[in-house]
Design a protein around this ligand. Structure first.
Ligand code: SF4
Length: 359
């Protein structure tokens, strides 16, 4: 099995700049890529990063604030976001809304801090609201660059970003025919967080096809971010295989196509039609149905919900997921781990025991 060699974040940023784009540092996890591109920005996502100490960022939040928000704030305060021209903080959850306020009102970095409120349902009024939010964001970006996105800018942006979205969806559709390990697969999926759209499409096309390596008990992985990537090796060591996911950094961002003529309607329609998701307020029945269908179709025997501590949107759903998926014959394990460099021994032991019960 060939290993996957990817550009680093630094190299991806250099490539985007070479193409004449500015850099947008973007917090997790639904946001309008095509809108950023139409305004000349390349998004580079900030999921922590892992290993950045909590201390600096932690001074600005309650102690029960999640690692992504606290470590990202530490990272910003330490100069980690200095290469960015703007910072975009979507209102994914209350913690990120709080981060948006702290960063914009108190820390006041040199770059503009932009926000985006994502509605918590998918009624027509929610869609209209999101369209207006996108127009507002577009106006802010235009005022920063001094350039209104033209029809040609929109066309180019949709062509590039939707090709990359399609490449991501195809990776999932082809999962069982890709000759890459679980770790390799998620390394590829997560490169969407920083590669240019063109480089992501090329990377996806270049993955080796063939029989997927490894055997084991099929598992579906849910949660926010599969970090560190060692998680996949340890799951494989325990006799498991990740055959599908419901990860915020993964399949929750498979956006369906839209043929809406208006660019804002098109983006809103795609964002709002993404798979059921606790941060978008999806009803639990929809999540259970989606997960049961996913697990059945991919041959998963159990669900591991892998979260960073204090992730409220995820925690609200876990008891009901456990109950309803358990009734459908799919056991659920919920584990939490900070965004550190290695997985806690206790988490590994629980995963091993869970996989053992599924054999
Ligand atoms: S981990 Fe949970 S609480 Fe933290 S930013 Fe993500 S969704 Fe919000």
């Amino acid at each position: 099995m060939a290993s996957i060699t990817l550009p680093t974040r630094r190299e991806a940023i250099a490539e985007a700049r070479r193409q004449g784009r500015r850099i947008a540092a973007v917090l997790p996890y639904h946001y309008p890529r095509a809108l950023l591109r139409a305004h000349g920005f390349h998004p580079v996502e900030v999921w922590g990063p892992p290993g950045v100490p909590r201390d600096e960022g932690g001074r600005h939040f309650q102690s029960y604030t999640c690692d992504i928000v606290v470590r990202a704030t530490s990272f910003l305060m330490g100069g980690g976001l200095d290469p960015a021209d703007v910072i975009l903080i979507p209102h994914t959850c209350d913690a990120l809304q709080g981060m948006g306020s702290v960063v914009a009102d108190f820390l006041q970095p040199s770059q503009p801090v932009l926000t985006l409120y994502l509605p918590r349902s998918d009624r027509p009024s929610d869609r209209r609201y999101l369209v207006e939010e996108l127009r507002r964001l577009s106006g802010r970006l235009a005022s920063i660059t001094g350039h209104e996105a033209t029809a040609a800018d929109w066309d180019e942006a949709f062509a590039a970003e939707e090709a990359a979205d399609l490449a991501l969806a195809s990776l999932y559709a082809e999962r069982s025919r890709l000759a890459v390990t679980d770790r390799g697969f998620y390394t590829a999926v997560r490169s969407r967080e920083f590669l240019t759209a063109e480089d992501f499409v090329a990377m996806a096309a270049g993955l080796p096809r063939g029989e997927a390596p490894g055997e084991g008990v099929g598992l579906t992985l849910s949660g926010i971010v599969a970090e560190p990537l060692d998680l996949f090796d340890r799951i494989n060591d325990a006799g498991g295989r990740v055959v599908s996911d419901d990860l915020a950094c993964g399949a929750r961002r498979i956006y369906p196509p839209s043929d809406a003529a208006d660019p804002f309607e098109r983006i809103a329609g795609r964002l709002i039609a993404s798979p059921p998701d606790p941060t978008r307020g999806s009803p639990i029945e929809e999540r259970v149905r989606m997960l049961a269908d996913l697990m059945r179709s991919t041959g998963a025997a159990g669900l591991i919900v892998f979260d960073v501590p204090f992730c409220e949107p995820e925690l609200f759903d876990v008891p009901l997921l456990r109950q309803h998926l358990g009734e459908a014959g799919y056991p659920v394990l919920h584990v939490e781990a900070e965004l550190g460099g290695s997985l806690p021994h206790q988490v590994l032991t629980r995963i091993e025991a869970f996989v053992e019960t599924l054999r």
